[in-house]
Design a binder for this molecule. Structure first.
Ligand code: C2E
Ligand code: MG
Ligand code: MG
Length: 458
C-alpha cells in the first residue's frame, strides 16, 4: 500500500519503483520456483478461510511432499534436485485452476489451496496431481521418477484456522508416507498420534540437520563453594512453526535410527567449535560435557572421530567430557566398556549420567574408566522431604567415593537441597538454583569470573 501511495504522489523515481516492486515480489515468492512462499501462502489461506466462512462454503488444503527426494538430491547433486523442484512446480501450476494457490513451503514440500472445494471434489483433484507428479521427469539427458505423498485437510470439516489446516494436512501427509508414499489421504483426528507423529518428527529432524536448525545450550556445574567446574552441552531444536519439542522426546526418536549418529557428530563438532571460539577470545573455558547415546557407543570409530575433531579444532582432550546414562552403559556391556576405554585413553573425562534411574551392576561400573557419577534429578527432587531419597543420595555418594568417583547432583532447584547435598559430601551440583542452560554467547562473563554466587554457598 505504502508503495502504491508513494508512487501516486510522485515521490518515487522509476528505478525506485521497479526496485520496490522486485522486493515486494521477493518477499512473497520462492526464489527457485517462483511459487508463493510460506508467508504469502498463509496470508492467502487466511483470506480464503474468511471468505469461505462468509459464504458458508468449504475449502481444501493439499500438502505434497516428494518421496525419496533426499536420495535424488544426495546421489545426483543439488543441481539436479533443483531442476526437479522447478519441474514439479511447473506441473502443479499447470494442473490447478486460476483461482487456486500453489506454494512451496520448504525443500520438497509444496501446498495447494483449493478455495470452495468440497469433500466430493477433492479426491479427483488429488488423484490428478498424484498422476501429474508421478510421470517421468526428463532432466537433461536423464529420466527420473519420483512420486508425491499428499495429505488433505478441509475447512470447516477439520479446522477453521490456517495453522491447524496446514498442520492437519501435514499430519495426513506423514500418514500417507507411512503407507509407503505415492498416495493421498484425508486427515483423520486419530492420525494425530503415535506412529504418524514419530515419523513426522523423524522427517523434521532430518530437515533440521540439513538446515542447521539445532543449537547448543550450556548449563554450568559448580563445586559446593560455587566455583565453576564445567559446562554441559544440551541440544535445542529451534523449529519456528511448530510447538517446541523437548530434547528428551526428539533424541529418543533419533535414537531409533542412524539419525542420532549424525546429530551426535554435530554436537561433538559444535562443542569443539565453541571451545575454540572461547580460547580464541582469551577466555579459559572449563571442561564441557557431551551427552552420548547408547547407539553412539556402538560406533567402532568413535574415539578416532573424537580425536580427529579435537585435532582439527586444536582443542586439548582434557576440555572434553562424555556423559553416558546408566542404562546405556549397561546395554552391551562389553562394547560399551571397550568404547569408554578408548575414549578414556584420549584423555577425556567420563561420567555416568542419571545414576539411580536404571539398574547398574556395581562390579560392571567398577570396571569402567569413570571419573564421576551424576545423581539422577528424581532423587535430588525430594531429598529434603523424603527420607528414602535422602538415604539413597547418602548411599550413592558413599558408594561413588568408595569407587574413587566424584559425585555431581543434577537438578538442584532449592537452597534446602543444596545444603543437604553439601552436608552429605556431594562434590558438585548442577540445576536451576545455580544456573539454567544458556547460549554460548551469553556465558563469557560467567566463565571469566569462574564462579557463581549461590545464596546458600555463602
Ligand atoms: P540430562 O543429560 O540428564 O540433562 C539434564 C536435563 O535436566 C536437561 O534437560 C536440563 O535442562 C535439565 N535440568 C537441569 N537443571 C534442572 C533443574 O534444576 N530442574 C529441572 N527440572 N531440570 C533441570 P534437557 O536439556 O531437556 O535434556 C534432557 C535430556 O536429553 C538430557 O538429560 C539428555 O539425556 C538428552 N540430551 C540433551 N542434549 C543431548 C545431546 O546433545 N545428545 C544426546 N545424546 N542427548 C542429549
Ligand atoms: Mg547429561
Ligand atoms: Mg542427567
Amino acid at each position: 500500500m505504502a508503495w502504491l501511495v508513494l508512487n501516486q504522489v510522485g515521490q518515487l523515481t522509476e528505478r525506485q519503483f521497479i526496485l520496490l516492486g522486485e522486493q515486494h515480489h521477493q518477499a512473497r515468492h520462492d526464489a527457485l520456483t517462483g511459487l508463493f512462499n510460506r508467508k504469502a501462502f498463509m496470508h492467502r489461506l487466511e483470506l480464503a478461510i474468511a471468505e469461505a466462512q462468509d459464504e458458508d462454503a468449504s475449502l481444501a488444503v493439499l500438502l505434497l511432499d516428494l518421496d525419496r527426494f533426499k536420495t535424488i538430491n544426495d546421489s545426483l547433486g543439488h543441481g539436479v534436485g533443483d531442476l526437479l523442484l522447478i519441474e514439479v512446480a511447473e506441473r502443479l501450476r499447470r494442473h490447478v485452476r486460476a483461482a487456486d494457490t500453489v506454494a512451496r513451503l520448504s525443500g520438497d514440500e509444496f501446498v495447494v489451496l483449493l478455495p470452495s472445494a468440497t469433500e466430493q471434489d477433492v479426491p479427483s483433484i488429488a488423484a490428478k496431481l498424484l498422476d501429474a507428479l508421478s510421470a517421468p521427469y526428463a532432466l537433461g539427458d536423464r529420466e527420473l521418477r519420483t512420486t508425491p505423498s499428499i495429505g488433505i485437510s478441509l475447512c470447516p470439516r477439520d479446522a477453521d484456522s490456517a495453522d491447524n489446516l496446514l498442520k492437519f494436512a501435514d499430519t495426513a501427509m506423514y500418514a500417507a508416507k507411512a503407507q509407503g508414499g505415492c498416495c493421498f489421504l484425508d486427515f483423520k483426528p486419530e492420525m494425530n498420534h503415535a506412529a504418524t507423529e514419530r515419523l513426522r518428527i523423524e522427517y523434521r529432524l532430518r530437515e533440521a540437520l540439513e538446515q542447521k536448525a539445532f543449537v547448543l545450550n550450556f548449563q554450568p556445574k559448580v563445586d559446593m563453594r560455587g566455583q565453576l567446574t564445567g559446562l554441559e552441552a544440551l541440544i535445542r531444536w529451534a523449529n519456528p512453526d511448530d510447538i517446541p519439542i523437548e530434547p528428551q522426546e526428539f533424541i529418543a526418536i533419533a535414537e531409533e535410527s542412524s539419525l542420532i549418529d549424525e546429530i551426535g557428530d554435530w554436537v561433538i563438532r559444535e562443542v569443539c567449535r565453541h571451545l575454540r571460539e572461547w580460547l580464541d577470545s582469551g577466555i579459559r573455558p572449563p571442561r564441557v560435557a557431551i551427552n552420548l547415546s547408547s547407539r553412539q557407543l556402538r560406533q567402532t570409530n568413535l574415539a578416532h572421530k573424537v580425536a580427529r575433531i579435537l585435532n582439527q579444532a586444536a582443542v586439548a582432550s582434557d576440555l572434553l567430557e562424555f556423559e553416558i546414562t546408566e542404562t546405556a552403559a549397561m546395554e552391551n556391556t562389553l562394547t560399551a566398556a571397550q568404547r569408554l576405554r578408548e575414549l578414556g585413553a584420549l584423555g577425556v573425562t567420563l561420567s555416568i549420567d542419571d545414576f539411580g534411574s536404571g539398574y547398574s551392576s556395581l562390579s560392571h561400573l567398577r570396571s569402567l574408566p569413570l571419573d564421576a557419577l551424576k545423581i539422577d534429578r528424581s532423587f535430588v527432587r525430594d531429598i529434603a522431604t523424603d527420607a528414602n531419597d535422602l538415604a539413597i543420595a547418602r548411599g550413592t555418594i558413599a558408594l561413588a567415593h568408595g569407587l574413587g568417583l566424584r559425585v555431581v547432583a543434577e537438578g538442584v532447584e532449592t537452597v534446602a537441597q543444596w545444603k543437604l547435598l553439601r552436608e552429605l559430601g556431594c562434590d558438585e551440583a548442577q540445576g536451576f538454583l545455580i544456573a539454567r542452560p544458556a547460549r554460548a554467547e551469553t556465558l563469557g562473563d560467567l566463565i571469566r569470573a569462574g564462579r557463581i554466587a549461590i545464596p546458600a554457598a555463602a
